[in-house]
Every structure is written in structure tokens, then in C-alpha cells.
Design a protein around this ligand. Structure first.
Ligand SMILES: Cc1ncc(COP(=O)(O)O)c(C=O)c1O
Length: 323
């Protein structure tokens, strides 16, 4: 037994990148390369014939339907960012709902009880636990410094057998930004994002899993809760976003709606980068829709585990000067 082991395992030589051998946050879920491929996995296993998907979501989520030639239909959301059901879900059809910014876990629970064939997109809600028996997927790089990776819960015993992904060539932006700056790594980040288009379903790479096993999730979660709570205390009175905000939430970002032009550009001048969710919504909808306004006017403030309350106070001071 010992002899056999020494034949397969190399010993000695140089050291690997040293990572602590910790625990992933969702060790028991299926580990894949991207969350769009997690959706494809669900569609392949469940053989749905039509997908209802929100107008307010990321365009890459259409990839699986295009690949598998499955028709899809967009639906609108209301001011609480919850689905407007002006359609009926057929017996072989499914509904994708996005747990927006990690703020909609109560809606996810409610919909889980009432909507048949529900698929929860938790790409923006890493810390929202999957509801038992509800197909749910996560995208790891939206929350942590990994180049790829997704988790999937699927309510089926059937399993696909994808080959292992390799992430070695996707780390450039993650490490360049340490030696240089976030700005230095930006072009590589964009290249990495484009590289995911059209990829087949693969299992999460060993390297991504190793990094994900090296994160102190409790610290990350607490920091997000603290930052989000602080921002909401300071900004709720001017926030025109009509939805209810949950308390104590390890959210993705803080969404702020204010009637003032050019705030995003002015924040950018001060090196506070706020994303647009999602540029495709401008093509999919018209200016009078809620989705268009969410994409155009909401400022998504960073508040993740990289920052503490001092950073939040600094960001608020910059913002206050602008508005
Ligand atoms: C809400 C949402 N879901 C899913 C995805 C796709 O994630 P991935 O790039 O891991 O496929 C994105 C964007 O990339 C997204 O914004």
C-alpha cells in the first residue's frame, strides 16, 4: 500500500503556492466552472422546454438557452424587485429568479413555496443558503478573489460528468492588482470575463477550489453585514429605491437611487468604481420601464469585506460632496 502510494505521488522538489487547507462555504454542492453553466446543467438534467427569465439580469445567462436551443421569455419585476406573474408556468417550463444583490432571500423563500420549477440565481447572493429542494446556483468570483467557479444545488439524483477545468491562466488580474493596482489588472479582468463566453460545462478547477478553501467566510460575511448596515443607516432617508431592505444582510453591494445625474462618473473620477447592472438591459427594455431605470440610475456602492467602517465613511464623504 505504502509502495503504491509513493509510485503515484511525487515527493520533494519545489513548494506550491502555500494556501491553508480550510473549508469551502458550500462543500456539498456541485462544483462547476461558471454559473451560466450551472444553469445549463439544470436545463440539461430537467429537460425544460421553456425558460422565463427577468429583463433585469445579465445577458450571459441567455447562453445556455441559445446553446440548447430552448425558447426563453422575459418577464418584468415590480418595485420590490419581485416577478410580475403575467404568464403561466407550464408543466415542462421553468422560472429563473435573481436574488438581487443578496437582498431578496425572503422573496426567494416565498417564491419557493408557490412557483413551480423555480431556479434561483444566487450569483449576487453568495451567503444566501439554498432553500431545500430548490435548484440554486452561485458564482464565486462575484464575491471573492477567484478567477471562476460556481456552485450548484439541483433537486435531482442525475449527475453529468464534466471534465475538470484548469484556471492557471486566469489569475493575471488577481495577482497583478496585488503587486501594482486594481487599474493595472483591469484589462486582464475584462479579457478573463470574455473568455467565459461559450465555454462548456466543466468541474471547478482544483486551483479555484484551493483558493476557496482558504477564505475566512465568517469574517467576510460579518464585514459585509457591518458595512451594509452602516450605509443603510446613513443613506436610507435619501434612497429613492422603493424596495424594502432586509436588516443584517451580507449583501453584494448597496443599491442607492437618487435623482441626480452623473454621480457614477464623478465617483469614478475619485476612483470609486461602481458597476452598471446590466448594460444589456438598455437594449432589452425601453426608457419607461423600471428595469431601465435600475440599470441607468441606481448607484451600486461597494461595501464588501475589503473595506471597513472607516472606508465606508470616506466613501460617504466623497458621495456627499457630489450629491
Ligand atoms: C445575476 C447574474 N447571474 C449570473 C451571471 C453569470 O455568472 P457566470 O459568469 O459565473 O456565468 C451573472 C454575470 O456574470 C450575473 O450578473
Amino acid at each position: 500500500m505504502q509502495a503504491q502510494k509513493s509510485q503515484t505521488k511525487s515527493m520533494g522538489g519545489y513548494f506550491q503556492l502555500h494556501l491553508a487547507n480550510g473549508r469551502e462555504y458550500y462543500p456539498d454542492l456541485i462544483k462547476l466552472n461558471t454559473s451560466r453553466n450551472a444553469l445549463q446543467y439544470i436545463l440539461e438534467v430537467k429537460k425544460y422546454t421553456k425558460v422565463y427569465i427577468p429583463y433585469f439580469t445579465c445577458e450571459v445567462l441567455l447562453e445556455p438557452m441559445v446553446k440548447l436551443n430552448i425558447p426563453y421569455q422575459f418577464y418584468h419585476i415590480d418595485a420590490q424587485l419581485e416577478p410580475i406573474f403575467d404568464f403561466e408556468v407550464g408543466s415542462t417550463e421553468c422560472v429563473v429568479y435573481n436574488n438581487y444583490f443578496g437582498l431578496k432571500q425572503d422573496a426567494v423563500k416565498k417564491l419557493s413555496d408557490t412557483v413551480p420549477h423555480l431556479i434561483i440565481d444566487n450569483a449576487q447572493a453568495f451567503f444566501s443558503e439554498p432553500v431545500p429542494k430548490i435548484d440554486t446556483f452561485y458564482s464565486c468570483r462575484k464575491f471573492f478573489g477567484v478567477p471562476d467557479g460556481a456552485y450548484l444545488q439541483i433537486n435531482s439524483d442525475e449527475r453529468l460528468s464534466p471534465e475538470n477545468d484548469v484556471s492557471t491562466n486566469r489569475f493575471s488580474h488577481l495577482i497583478t492588482s496585488i503587486d501594482h493596482s486594481i487599474e493595472h489588472g483591469y484589462a486582464d479582468f475584462i479579457e478573463n470575463e470574455l473568455d467565459f463566453i461559450g465555454n462548456e460545462i466543466k468541474s471547478m478547477s482544483s486551483l479555484t477550489q484551493a483558493v476557496l478553501s482558504n477564505i475566512d467566510y465568517q469574517v467576510c460575511k460579518n464585514r459585509r453585514i457591518e458595512n451594509f448596515t452602516y450605509l443603510h443607516e446613513k443613506l436610507s432617508s435619501i434612497n429613492e429605491l422603493g424596495m424594502e431592505f432586509p436588516t443584517s444582510t451580507p449583501a453584494m453591494l448597496y443599491p442607492l437611487l437618487i435623482s441626480k445625474a452623473d454621480v457614477k462618473a464623478k465617483l469614478l473620477e475619485k476612483k470609486i468604481f461602481v458597476p452598471t447592472y446590466w448594460p444589456n438591459v438598455f437594449r432589452w427594455t425601453t426608457q419607461d420601464t423600471l428595469e431601465y431605470k435600475l440599470a441607468k440610475n441606481v448607484i451600486y456602492l461597494p461595501m464588501d469585506h475589503r473595506y471597513d467602517l472607516e472606508d465606508m465613511a470616506y466613501m460617504l464623504a466623497v458621495l456627499t460632496k457630489i450629491i
